[in-house]
Design a protein around this ligand. Structure first.
Ligand SMILES: CC(C)(COP(=O)(O)OP(=O)(O)OC[C@H]1O[C@@H](n2cnc3c(N)ncnc32)[C@H](O)[C@@H]1OP(=O)(O)O)[C@@H](O)C(=O)NCCC(=O)NCCS
Length: 375
């Protein structure tokens, strides 16, 4: 090996363990969400997700995450969009992705606020109630429609639907989307939540942390699959065709959308809760029956082809049915997920700030050893 190609790999190896993707690394303590992948359990502050979906609404869940208190009547209306944000949203191309518009809106919102350290539950509330108004405004502007002011009598989810469509949603529709927001609110130290905690650990502000989290969630490996679930169901076409389609797709090395999970080895409890919601919706998508039939086939085929790996239904499978059933277009699905996750992100930001330590891991250096510049 010549000097110019010699790398640090030839130096003494670092004895510390290396975990690509930080898999299995304990990087924080949290009292917020418990994801029990082996047993298919998800708890928010100790409460089971199934019970929270049945008996809670998103405002109560957000308040529970921020404060630890259970107040089922907690009221959380959406709030107005500051004019600087509205000017920015009007300036965006109508072709902008809703996630880009939301990330931009949160960033501009931050520039209009005094967001002193440490972050507070009031800041968490202000940001969580602003973002639905901003996304609804962008969704209307790109269709050539004027944004709608919040209705303070409505809670966050029906308020968002009202600002999106201009009509107060019926009880069932609001309830279904609220259930989606509840299951999307928190999920441990996933990539976007970790991003929010890293940014907070530098003593940066809550808007910077959440706009970074939205950026992390925008990637398809994290926030991506529900709209692809809809495409997949349409490709299958009929229940009779399901077995052949699923086998061919897996044989081609494709991933079945809405199945498998990095943490869950059991049926995702969020999928179970959302399936119930989807089945009880008044305006269900016409492909829901087909989706249920495809799920049975897919679970059987995946178990046969991957006996070593438990591949079960994940949250995205029935999220697609709920989001389409309430009338959201597929390109709004990732941004709706981001709105729901605001409660969890901001709760983690408060928790990180409450026991802060700058997050600064180390890397194994694989570059050149020390050398002279070429003469
Ligand atoms: C979610 C996901 C990224 C987790 O992946 P992961 O933990 O990294 O799983 P791995 O990549 O280790 O997969 C293990 C094996 O199962 C297979 N597998 C995993 N998910 C699969 C799926 N949905 N369909 C078919 N095969 C799948 C992989 O091909 C791999 O097989 P191989 O070892 O023969 O290559 C993955 O399951 C996936 O891509 N699912 C589809 C997309 C989706 O629904 N995303 C939403 C997640 S909430």
């Amino acid at each position: 090996m010549t000097d110019s190609t010699q790398t640090a790999a030839s130096a003494a190896p670092d004895p510390r363990p290396y975990s690509p993707g930080l898999e299995g690394v304990l990087a924080a303590e949290t009292a917020l969400g418990y994801v029990d992948g082996e047993n298919g359990r998800l708890l928010y502050r100790g409460y089971r997700i199934g019970d929270l979906v049945e008996r809670g609404r998103y405002p109560a869940i957000a308040n529970l995450l921020w404060t630890g208190e259970w107040d089922p009547g907690y009221h959380l209306p959406t709030t107005p969009v500051p004019s600087a944000v509205m000017t920015t949203l009007r300036a965006l191309p109508t072709s902008a992705k809703p996630m880009d518009a939301l990330r931009t809106a949160v960033s501009v919102w931050g520039a209009t606020q005094v967001l002193d350290w440490p972050p507070t539950p009031e800041q968490a509330r202000a940001l969580t109630t602003f973002s639905p108004s901003a996304l609804a405004a962008f969704a209307r502007l790109r269709q050539g429609l004027e944004p709608i002011e919040p209705d303070p009598s409505l809670d966050l989810v029906p308020g968002f639907l009202y600002q999106l469509t201009g009509a107060r949603p019926d009880e069932g529709t609001a309830r279904a989307l609220d259930a989606y927001f509840v299951v999307g609110a928190e999920h441990g130290l996933n990539a976007s939540t970790f991003t929010a905690r890293v940014i907070t650990s530098t003593r940066s502000d809550i808007a910077s942390a959440v706009s970074g989290a939205i950026g992390a969630m925008k990637g398809p490996l994290h926030g991506g699959a529900p709209s692809e679930v809809v495409e997949q169901i349409h490709k299958v076409g009929t229940p009779e065709h399901a077995e052949e389609w699923v086998r061919d797709a897996v044989a081609r090395g494709e991933r079945l959308m809405g199945f498998g999970h990095r943490v869950y080895r059991a049926y995702d409890p969020r999928a179970r809760a959302l399936r119930k919601v989807a089945e009880s919706m008044e305006h269900k998508p016409d492909w829901l029956e087909l989706a249920i039939a495809v799920e049975d086939v897919a679970l059987r085929v995946l178990a046969e082809l991957h006996p070593e790996r438990a591949l079960k239904t994940n949250v995205e499978y029935y999220a697609a049915a709920v989001l389409q059933g309430v009338g959201l277009t597929p390109d709004l699905f990732p941004a709706a997920f981001a709105l729901a996750r605001h409660a969890g992100w901001t709760a983690h930001i408060l928790e990180q700030a409450g026991a802060n330590r700058l997050i600064r891991p180390d890397a194994i250096y694989t570059g050149f050893t020390e050398r002279d510049l070429p003469t």
